[in-house]
Design a protein around this ligand. Sequence first.
Ligand code: NAP
Length: 246
Amino acid sequence: MAVLLVTGGSRGIGAAVVTRAAAAGWAVCLTYRGDVDAAERVVAQARRAGVEARAVRADVAVEADVEAAFAAADAMGPLGGVVANAGVVVPKARVDAMAASRVAEMLAVNVVGAVVTCREAVRRLSTAHGGTGGSVVLVSSAASRLGSPGEYVDYAASKAAVDTLGLGLAREVADEGVRVNVVRPGIIDTDLHAAGGQPDRVARVGPSVPVGRAGTADEVAAAVVWLLGDEASYCTGSVLDVAGGR
Ligand code: NAP
């Protein structure tokens, strides 16, 4: 099986993607920014599925880090898939209180990081670059269509950029053997909310979701791994909401 690169694969949705992809037979190279222990736990779990796995420290906001992560994946074998998952939320704030520095730092991860990750993916997967094709999944957010008023409109806007990146790139490389799809999670039970200063967000907002609860990282991972694989061979430029009806 080919190699899958997952950015932000050490915790939350990315870790669940790594675990599911390994069970489906992908060799996995995951990236993380700081939590090496969490990354190594996910690597060990993937290896228990009988596949090769490794973790690479790489900040997706740093171009050279992304390039180094792809080089590490190349060393494992031919790349077949990429999941651009790494993303950050920002503390709750209205637009009239946002510092430019906060917005720029977030966009560097969520948007520039995703574009550079896609660039490196296409350079390897596209038949126009001598590749044999493959699949890219971008992890966006339901925030892109909800706007997150009073919470983090800037984050929501960054995810709208990810949606559009997926739509445009899918059409750009559709006849080069590369499928590109977007998954938009809703409220998912991960550490992300605490990192954004709202540790109670899942408990508070979950019951208001139409299905009555927050989702799990594994429920998102199931959609991602399906889109990566051959069963989704006619899906490209798709945006799949995994948001409990929200
Ligand atoms: P999470 O639990 O906070 O995990 C984030 C992961 O990304 C970790 O592996 C972290 O590594 C890594 N990471 C963070 N910043 C990074 C950077 N600059 N470079 C490389 N890796 C970085 O988050 P999550 O909830 O799984 O979110 C994953 C994706 O889903 C994000 O794009 C997020 O916007 C999106 N999403 C989440 C939800 C939700 O409700 N949770 C909803 C919609 C969309 P370290 O541990 O080393 O820091």
